[in-house]
Design a protein. Sequence first.
Length: 162
Amino acid sequence: MQLALPFTEAIALAEAKEPRPPMVRELRCEGSTIHADIDPRAIPDLPTPLRLAAAAAGTVAVTVRFADYADGVATLVVTAHARALPAHRLVPYLIGPINGALRNAGLPEGVVEVQRGESEPWVVIAVQRAISSKVEGVTLTSLALRDAVFHLEATVGPLHVR
C-alpha cells in the first residue's frame, strides 16, 4: 500500500479525534520541515523550574526536520528558539510530559526518545512499535516527508485490531 498524505490533511485527521493541544499556537509545514509556535506556559504538569523558565521564555519557535526512517524508527532533528535563545537544549526535559501524553493516548512507554545530536537534539520515534500497539498486520516499510506531504509505504496482511 502506498499513501501520500498532505501535512494539512494529516493534521485534520489527528484533530478529528481530539483538538490540538492548547500549547500549540501555530503549525505549518514547508518541504520536509515542520514549524510550530509553542506556548510552554500551557504545558500541563511541568516541574516548577521549567514552569518558571516557560514564563520567562514566552512563545517558542520550534523547527522539526524529518531526517530519516529506518527499521521502523523515524528520526527528527529539533531546534527551538525563545527570544533568540537556543531553547532546544531544554527538549530532553520535556520527554516526560510527552511520554505521559502518549501513554494517556494508549501508546506504549518509550515510543519517543530524545538523543543528543551533533548540535541539535534528535527526537527518535518508534513508529512501527506505536502502530503494532494498535493493530497487528501492518508494517510501515517507508516514511518520508517531502514537499509538505507524508509519503508512506506499508505491507498489510491479516489485520487484528488491539
